[in-house]
Design a protein around this ligand. Structure first.
Ligand code: NAD
Ligand code: WQD
Length: 337
């Protein structure tokens, strides 16, 4: 079984690639290294003892994507490649539309030319729900107007995939809406590599703990939540990676040529910013320098998943704890420093 993993040297792609290799899949990893580097490939090899094929390709380039599909006969595709910085997307929406939507369109054009239905997994995000009206969020909730061009790009990609499905093409698609992935591989050899100042909470915490940042600002403690800080659903990266294996195995077994499902991937638990900080301090025995600051513009107050659909239909469940996620996030920070 040959699987194309786009963005396979990135945070979620690298952890998923490790599990796929351990399961015996042959991989073609495609990445343009815009937010990763080839050292990740070496570390994937160190963990698994396997050497996946690597192609440095920019998926925005239609000719390169055509060539890729001429050179390989894929049994499945997991499409992680995208830009993901919300802040950057606000300053440069074009970059996000061109890359996140353009790359998907190039891949779909090639899938349409194939003589067989393609097994395809797409990385979407809980960002498509915006501030949901109630908790926990299930897949049938209305999608709200996107808060950022990044969010818009994910919504548009979901629409494209649904349209493609409705048009009756041979295509087997699972779209996953990830909540907040955190943590790192148990070996500490791969993890999240934020470039510049991190936007996300956990990399900001670990960089503060190690002294790269003076202090962490908690964005507001006057929300209507248990302790006044925002609530999120933090999902261990290894559990998230495993969800892709469950999806791929399911798709491979589906008899219908035209198949379409959307699943949330989250722990199902809501954790506040202060709870996460306290847990980080306890499990790693570190005091974190943090201050309460102003609210962040456009922040969602509360978001956690109802993950029962993926549990019931694909038999996926979380195996790793939040404590383990925060421990491995810290080990990873110590390794890369
Ligand atoms: P990441 O930036 O670590 O990985 C993405 C990888 O794709 C990078 O290695 C980058 O170099 C590559 N890439 C980007 N554009 C490319 C292009 N045109 N051609 C080839 N390669 C390209 O991000 P991640 O956190 O691993 O996210 C993976 C996917 O999951 C993305 O689609 C992201 O939007 C989505 N997602 C991420 C989160 C999160 O919090 N990390 C949450 C929800 C959804
Ligand atoms: C988590 C909580 C902050 C940093 C992002 C993307 C979204 C989706 C999920 C990809 C919030 C608080 C953070 C800091 C803080 N990703 N915080 N101080 O807000 O869920 O969204 O991840 O699709 O598109 O925007 O995650 O990690 O940025 O924030 O207090 O320095 O931590 O206010 O409550 P979020 P996050």
């Amino acid at each position: 079984m040959q699987v194309l993993v786009t963005g396979g040297l990135g945070y979620i792609g690298s952890h998923t690639s490790v599990l796929l290799l351990e399961k015996g899949y042959n991989l073609v990893i495609v990445d343009d290294l815009s937010n990763s580097n080839e050292k990740v490939l070496k570390n994937i090899n160190k963990i698994t003892g396997k050497n996946p094929i690597f192609e440095k390709i920019d998926l925005k380039n239609k000719n390169s994507v055509s060539k890729l599909f001429k050179n390989y006969d894929f049994d499945g595709i997991i499409h992680f490649a995208a830009h993901k910085s919300v802040n950057e997307s606000v300053n440069d929406p074009e970059k996000y539309f061109k890359n996140n939507i353009g790359s998907l369109e190039n891949i779909i054009s090639e899938i349409k030319l194939l003589k067989k239905p393609m097994n395809f997994i797409f990385s979407s995000s809980c960002t498509v729900y915006g501030q949901a009206d109630s908790m926990p969020i299930n897949e049938s909730f209305e999608l709200k107007k996107a808060e950022s061009p990044y969010g818009q790009s994910k919504k548009k990609c979901e629409e494209i995939l649904e349209t493609h499905h409705k048009s009756g093409h041979s295509f087997k698609n699972i779209t996953l809406r990830y909540f907040n992935p955190i943590g790192a591989h148990p070996t500490g050899l791969i993890g999240e590599l934020p470039i510049g100042t991190p936007e996300n909470l956990v990399p900001y915490i670990t960089q503060t703990a190690i002294g790269k940042r003076d202090y962490l600002t908690v964005f507001g403690n006057d929300y209507n939540t248990k302790d006044g800080t925002c609530i999120r659903d933090y999902i261990h990266i290894m559990d998230l990676a495993h969800a892709h294996i469950c999806c791929l195995e399911r798709l491979m077994k589906v008899d219908e040529d035209n198949f379409f499902r959307v699943y949330n991937v989250g722990s199902g638990k809501g954790t506040s910013v202060l709870e996460l900080i306290n847990l980080f301090e306890n499990v790693n025995q570190i005091k974190l320098n943090y201050r309460i600051g102003n609210r962040r513009n456009g922040d969602i107050v509360n978001a956690y998943a109802d993950a029962s659909k993926i549990k019931n239909e694909l038999n996926w469940s979380t195996k790793y704890s939040l404590e383990n996620a925060l421990k491995t996030a810290w080990s990873w920070q110590l390794n890369i420093n």
